[in-house]
Design a protein around this ligand. Structure first.
Ligand code: ADP
Ligand code: F6P
Length: 319
């Protein structure tokens, strides 16, 4: 291994820059050359590569987004697209690639590894939806962003004695809603992993009012139904003014938290170590505080389990 490259792919996540920095600085420290690839797999196909040195990653650890830009690239899903990407890497003399992204990006990395490029994946997504790792880079920062928003919404919904429905991201994973809901003291948490009864929710809200609650904060994970429709239903059924807030892409931005910076730094370091050990088609994760690496296929085939215990705790604490 003489020269490696790094790219970010799929939805961006806070901490991706810290991961890029860790990959570049570790590689340089170990005597490797490093190239950055712009715009994910699109940039790989189009030959958007440039050499990186220590200064290329100065002053980025605190920045959200990704200095390498990111993209979704349908062409990479075709064999021809991937072959073009492999050819580009060959032309540049790159023999190892670090891919920072989610499960789609990992599938791409696995297929690319079959064309002779050693690939290592780092989990960069706010969704925390990868079963093989306890945490993904960006999840913790997104939670803090959501928490900040919840705190503010609580102020105004208390003043008006309203119900506040807050829709958060996560695709089909309820982790953002669950963790932010617990941290923000939400009265209700609605996630795709658990059945949801609209009437029961209204009952909880009305009971809360009888107990003297000034407001009700309901966390809604995206993909179960719209926050606006739910707000309309709750208002009709309870007679309590209800407002919906869809947090949207604000959850993907911002300076990464300490947790995400440290996680990204440890994972970036591990990715380079794996490439130097001659490993390929592996993904880096963290389990019980330890940095891990797993075969991509095996990692992606693990079924995600929902944290039932945390959900049960949230139910007890919200009453
Ligand atoms: P994420 O990596 O966050 O899950 P996507 O699912 O959008 O995001 O995937 C990012 C990119 O990874 C896609 O635009 C595509 O270039 C590549 N990719 C996704 N799925 C596949 C696949 N099945 N085969 C090859 N490449 C894929
Ligand atoms: O995977 C990250 C994520 O932010 C999801 O939570 C969300 O469903 C999706 O990406 C939004 O994608 P886009 O940026 O393409 O709108």
């Amino acid at each position: 291994m003489r020269k490696i490259a790094v790219l970010t792919s799929g939805g961006d996540a806070p901490g991706m820059n810290a991961a890029i920095r860790a990959v570049v600085r570790t590689a340089l420290d170990k005597g490797l050359e490093v190239m950055g690839v712009q715009r994910g797999y699109s940039g790989l196909i189009n030959g958007e590569l440039f050499p990186m040195d220590r200064h290329s990653v100065s002053d980025i650890i605190q920045k959200g987004g990704t200095i390498l830009r990111t993209a979704r690239c349908p062409e990479f899903k075709t064999e021809e697209g991937r072959q073009k990407a492999a050819n580009v890497l060959k032309v540049y003399g790159v023999d190892g690639l670090v891919v920072i992204g989610g499960d789609g990006s990992f599938t791409g990395a696995r297929l690319l590894s079959k064309l002779g490029v050693a690939t290592i994946g780092l989990p960069g997504t706010i969704d925390n939806d990868l079963a093989y790792t306890d945490y993904t880079i960006g999840f913790d920062t997104a939670l803090n962003t959501v928490l900040d928003a919840i705190n503010k919404l609580r102020d105004t919904s208390s003043s008006h004695e309203r119900v506040s429905i807050v829709e958060v991201m996560g695709r089909s994973c309820g982790d953002i809603a669950l963790h932010a809901g617990i941290a923000g003291g939400a009265e209700g948490i609605i996630v795709p992993e658990k059945e949801f009864d609209q009437e029961q929710l209204c009952k909880v809200i009305l009971e809360g009012k009888l107990k003297g609650k000034l407001h009700n904060l309901i966390m809604l994970a995206e993909g179960i139904g719209g926050a606006n429709e739910l707000a309309q239903y709750v208002e009709e059924m309870t007679g309590i003014e209800t407002r919906a807030t869809i947090l949207g892409h604000i959850q993907r931005g911002g300076s990464p938290s300490v947790f995400d910076r440290v996680l990204a730094s440890r994972m970036g370091y591990k990715a380079v170590e794996l490439l130097l050990e001659g490993k390929s088609a592996r993904v880096v994760g963290i389990r019980e505080g330890k940095i891990t690496d797993d075969d991509i296929d095996e990692a992606l085939s693990i079924e995600r389990t929902f944290d039932e215990e945390l959900y049960a705790i949230s139910k007890v604490l919200s009453h």
